[in-house]
Design a protein around this ligand. Structure first.
Ligand code: TXA
Ligand code: MG
Length: 313
């Protein structure tokens, strides 16, 4: 088991075909075994080794978006251990876009199961140092691949045939590094995109737990500019503010202020999201306020993570 860089977040990787190796991932992360793992492959030619079907819509999407932050759910072959899919009938496959990890996958004779390399429920790691800081002694080796360029996890999709000859549907189970707009463009005519991002803690639903990606400190999501706190303390608690506009625009009187972007782009905000949450968690504030992004493009994935980070269970 090793730490690997990807363009989204760092992963904790092991031989996906070896249940004894995979169980170590669950133990190290303290992850419940009902939450399945994504299987990383070197390129789309490997898909049918692990899946029994590769529908044409999936081929079209992956030919345009792989390598990249897109994970596809396809019916699994028996050689993929049930532990990897948590007993679910589909396997999650992805070709990550990072030169080191791509090179590694090309050399290995097996695919790599890899969840994000953080303790279950905590903020995902976007540098090798984050992995070492949190899982240090239990992970013998982390491949240093620099800071992740995308910064939020892959978008997870499945494929449905709409009954009555209604064509094909792509179902988005997790918002992530490929925006819904980009998916729609890549899917082309005649394919509908449905976002089905559930908020339950129902183990049967593809593992999107309501509370996740969470700092230890309470996080409060802000909708409008008027709600931005302007004092160092609220109710005796030192206030931190994470803003999505450049630092000079928001200079309220809070104790610690951090901005997700300097240039106002959602791509930059996504890239900085998890490191900023970590820095806030490590700072001396007691409570974190975070501004919601525009609900478009990567903003949807950022808002999804902030929403889950704000829920305490
Ligand atoms: O960007 C990413 O996807 C990163 C990097 C390391 O590749 N990985 C990642 O893995 O975010 P993880 O384990 O933190 O999230 C994987 C999620 C699960 O929580 C679940 O929602 C979904 O992928 N998933 C995995 N396998 C599945 C399956 N067989 N059926 C349904 N959902 C699945
Ligand atoms: Mg994760």
């Amino acid at each position: 088991m090793i730490g690997i860089p990807t363009e989204t977040v760092y992963g904790l990787a092991a031989n996906a075909l070896d249940a004894n190796a995979v169980i170590k991932i669950f133990e190290t992360k303290k992850r419940p075994t009902f939450d399945p793992l994504i299987v990383h492959i070197a390129n789309a030619e490997h898909v049918l080794k692990y899946a029994t079907e590769f529908p044409s819509v999936a081929q079209r999407l992956t030919s345009k978006l792989w390598p990249g932050p897109l994970t596809v759910l396809l019916p699994k072959r028996d050689l993929v251990p049930d532990l990897v899919t948590s007993g679910l009938p589909r396997v999650a496959l992805r070709v990550p876009n990072h030169p080191l990890t791509h090179d590694l996958l090309e050399r290995l004779a097996f695919p790599l199961a890899a969840p994000s390399a953080n303790p279950f429920g905590y903020i995902s790691p976007t540098t090798a140092q984050h992995v070492v800081d949190q899982l240090g002694s239990s992970v013998p080796f982390v491949l240093e691949g620099g800071p992740c360029s995308v910064g939020v996890e892959s978008t997870i999709v499945g494929f449905e045939e709409v009954e009555g000859g209604g064509g094909n549907e792509v179902v988005v189970y997790r918002l992530g590094g490929v925006s819904v707009e980009d998916l729609t463009a890549a899917a082309g005519e005649g394919v509908s995109i449905r976002v089905s991002v559930n908020n339950s803690s129902n183990p049967a639903a593809p593992g999107m737990l309501k509370s996740h990606y969470a700092p230890r400190k309470p996080l409060i999501l802000l909708d409008g500019d008027d709600e931005i706190p302007s004092s160092r303390e609220v109710g005796g608690q030192r206030v931190g503010l994470i803003s999505v506009v450049s630092r000079d625009v928001v200079s309220s009187g809070v104790a610690v202020s951090m901005s997700l972007t300097q240039d106002g782009s959602l791509a930059e905000a996504a890239k900085n999201l998890f490191a900023t949450l970590r820095a806030m968690d490590a700072s001396d504030v007691d409570i974190i306020y975070a501004q919601r992004c525009k609900d478009e493009g990567l903003g949807r994935a950022i808002n999804d993570r902030l929403q889950r980070a704000s829920v305490k269970e």
